[in-house]
Design a protein. Structure first.
Length: 317
């Protein structure tokens, strides 16, 4: 069977990621890759509601916070195993998404973005002020990592945790691809293109929108839980609106409505600020400027740019 260029690229990227711990001896590089892979999970969820359905949600970081705090508190306060709390995190987030999704999805366009922005702010305020449970701005420390699996994998080791997050990021990407290629995915794209027409032919568009919204929240909840148990410390600041904007940018810069886009965008969002450290005080200004320019001149993201270049090259031949 002959492999396509995209399949070869996917296999090459996966091989590189699998070999990465052997290719670098700098622990900080591995740390950044773990964070990037967590953002791959979060961005793939954002891609479902934003890229495929066409609804820009600004609450992804808030859902990360629900997953992070939910998993942490279930483990520390109730003594549940970390593996069980990691499984509960996306389910807990789904409950909140169901409760907020129906009223949010009754509005469209910029109004939907504003409503989800408000929800993120509410989550942030609750995490900050409900200090009896969340410890407020001081945060929660000494969050344990997952228990060892049969003595084979010790997740206290950064390399083992890297492979755990890599495996989950790959599964999240495959699940997104499966959804995108299913009848559900085709309906989501139809809603993005013409929601009124979808409703006119008898399809209950709101159920599909709610599915995308809840699925995106579950991705974010799992990503948040993985982040909490990796870092060992969380506070509300990590789950503010700024991080929700990072999720949006990861999808836009990588390529909205594509499978590869969120993967590329997540690594850019995590790595770019580090690469711009030479700029010192102007680092974040340069980072923001580069993202704005990329959004203006590459509306299809990096994946769209590559597709355009390939099409031009093919037509030139």
């Amino acid at each position: 069977m002959k492999l396509s260029a995209s399949q070869i690229a996917w296999i090459g990227c996966l091989a590189l990621l699998l070999a990465l711990p052997k290719l670098t001896s700098v622990k900080y590089h591995l740390h950044l890759c773990i964070l990037a892979l967590i953002w791959v999970i979060v961005a793939q969820g954002q891609n479902l509601i934003q890229g495929y359905t066409g609804y820009v949600s600004i609450v992804q970081a808030g859902f990360m916070g629900i997953g992070a705090y939910g998993s942490t508190l279930l483990n520390l306060n109730l003594g549940l195993p970390v593996w069980l709390t990691l499984a509960f995190a996306p389910l807990l987030t789904a409950v909140f998404a169901l409760a907020t999704g129906y009223p949010s999805l009754r509005v469209k366009g910029h109004y939907f973005a504003i409503v989800t922005l408000a929800f993120n702010m509410v989550i942030f305020i609750v995490l900050t002020n409900f200090s009896e449970l969340t410890k407020g701005e001081a945060g929660i420390s000494k969050i344990p990592r997952p228990e060892s699996l049969g003595g084979l994998f010790d997740f206290q080791d950064r390399v083992a945790y890297y492979y755990l997050v890599l495996a989950i990021a790959v599964l999240a990407t495959l699940l997104t691809a499966a959804i995108a290629r299913s009848s559900i995915g085709r309906t989501l794209v139809a809603i993005r293109q013409n929601e009124d027409l979808v409703g006119a032919i008898g399809i209950a568009a709101w159920t599909y929108k709610l599915f995308a919204f809840v699925a995106a929240a579950m991705y974010a909840g799992l990503g948040g839980a993985l982040y909490a148990h990796y870092q060992g410390y969380i506070n509300p600041e990590i789950f503010s609106v700024a991080q929700s904007l990072d999720a949006i940018l990861a999808v836009i810069v990588g390529g909205s409505g594509t499978i590869a886009g969120p993967v590329i965008g997540a690594f850019i969002v995590v790595m770019m600020p580090e690469l711009l450290r030479f700029a010192d005080g102007f680092r974040l200004i340069l980072y923001g400027l580069l993202l704005v320019l990329a959004t203006i001149f590459m509306p299809g993201g990096i994946v769209g740019l590559v597709r355009d270049l390939r099409a031009r090259f093919s037509s030139g031949r």
